[in-house]
Design a protein around this ligand. Structure first.
Ligand SMILES: [Zn+2]
Length: 400
């Protein structure tokens, strides 16, 4: 039993290493993982036999060719599995289909009604979106090995339970189980900002970093943390609620019901509320149009709109500095898809943050702005599901 368990662990470790670093030769796998060369040889033979990896000729370097060394690398077999990722937004679900190597196969955007959903109704929408996505490639849902789902809110990823989400009409929903049942595919759910951190770690700017923080800016502010190469979720599944860190004593009322949250100053609804309260813009509810109006007024030099935007930037800089002072990360990634939040990505905001972080004779952490399309969220979902699909595939290998 103990030996069998060790064997599964070695397979898992080597498959993940090939997935993250491949193509690479067996000798590098041994060096990187500390697994003996003999074990690497036998375990990679199992993975090859199971069709999870494949051998490819290495681009030869002249010195190696001259010495007649074997020139074979190992890489993931792309067609071994299909994995889906998706993100539930206010008015649409964005979906992506990836192969086992993490390359995009197809993507699709499925419109949904802009209200809170009954969990079964949301599962139906996911079913329709995913079916349309699969149909593009001529395959069906049973050909998909796993699906990772991101949504805003507070999620216990380990148990697949959504404690609260603006996309759902009730609390404490066992969404992973509901989706697995409806789709007939193993489904995994997580907070959307965590999945963006996962995407940055797997495919993005975070690939070569072990400690970094991703701040996502949408209508709210989210955060994902990678510590020691692993996504950190907190113990109740509600860690990294950056938007609800407090930046003002007895401050503005937040959507969460508390006062002085960062989000109550920088979210789009907050900008409209602030602009209304200083009276520069006609009194409006916080529709996307009203947000655009405030931002446009600021750009055109309207003094009160500018004050509102500058204040949001200062609050955001203070929040960022607090995070950097607590975690001392190598890298902070500001990730978002919308140009309308440019005022939060501005050099002045990042400079303001630098002024508030602990100063020592070492450079401050890098702050990188990473703008991307809506598919980044969905890719994060696929990256999350990919880990489970890898583990399941390894466990299913025959113990030959
Ligand atoms: Zn709040």
């Amino acid at each position: 039993m103990a030996f069998g368990h060790q064997k599964v662990e070695s397979r898992r470790l080597l498959l993940r290493e090939i997935s993250q670093r491949g193509p690479l030769p067996r000798i590098d796998l041994a060096a990187r993982t500390g697994i003996s060369r003999a074990t690497v040889t036998s375990v990679t033979a199992d993975l090859l036999r199971g069709g999870l990896i494949e051998e490819v000729p290495r681009e030869s370097r002249s010195d190696e060719a001259a010495r007649g060394r074997p020139r074979v690398d190992l890489k993931i077999a792309g067609d071994a599995h299909l994995i889906a990722g998706l993100k539930v937004s206010d008015t649409f679900i964005s979906l992506v289909l990836m192969d086992f190597e993490g390359s995009d196969v197809a993507h699709y955007e499925h419109e949904i009604a802009p209200h809170r959903h009954d969990p079964d109704a949301l599962a139906d929408e996911v079913f329709h979106g995913l079916s349309a996505l699969a149909a593009q490639t001529g395959c069906g849902l049973p050909d998909i090995s796993g699906v990772g789902v991101g949504l805003a809110g507070i999620v216990d990823a380990g148990n697949g339970v959504v404690y609260w989400s603006p996309s759902l009409d009730r609390r404490n929903v066992p969404l992973a189980a509901i989706l697995t049942e409806r789709l007939g595919i193993a489904a995994y759910v997580d907070n959307d900002a965590n999945l963006v951190a996962m995407a940055e770690l797997t495919f993005g700017i975070g690939k070569n970093h072990s400690d970094f923080i991703v701040i996502t800016i949408e209508s709210g502010v989210g955060m994902g943390m990678v510590l020691g190469g692993q996504l950190y979720r907190g113990t109740r599944g509600c860690g990294a609620e950056f938007g609800h860190t407090k930046v003002h004593l007895d401050g503005a009322l937040c959507r969460c019901g508390q006062r002085g949250c960062l989000e109550a100053y920088v979210a789009d609804y907050a900008l409209v509320r602030e602009a209304n309260s200083v009276g520069s813009v006609a009194q409006t509810p916080p529709t996307p149009k009203a947000v655009t109006a405030v931002l446009a007024a600021a750009r055109q030099g309207d003094p009160t709109a500018r004050i509102v935007i500058e204040r949001a930037g200062k609050m955001f800089a203070m929040g960022l500095a607090n995070i950097v002072n607590i975690f001392d990360p190598e890298l902070v990634i500001l990730a978002g898809e919308q140009m309308q939040f440019d005022h939060l990505y501005a050099d002045g905001v990042i400079e303001e943050m630098r002024k508030s972080i602990v100063e020592i004779d070492k450079p401050a952490p890098d702050v990188v702005v990473h703008k991307w399309d809506t598919l980044m969220w969905a890719r994060g979902g696929a990256a999350y599901a990919l880990e489970f699909v890898q583990d399941t595939a390894v466990e299913a290998l025959e113990n030959a």
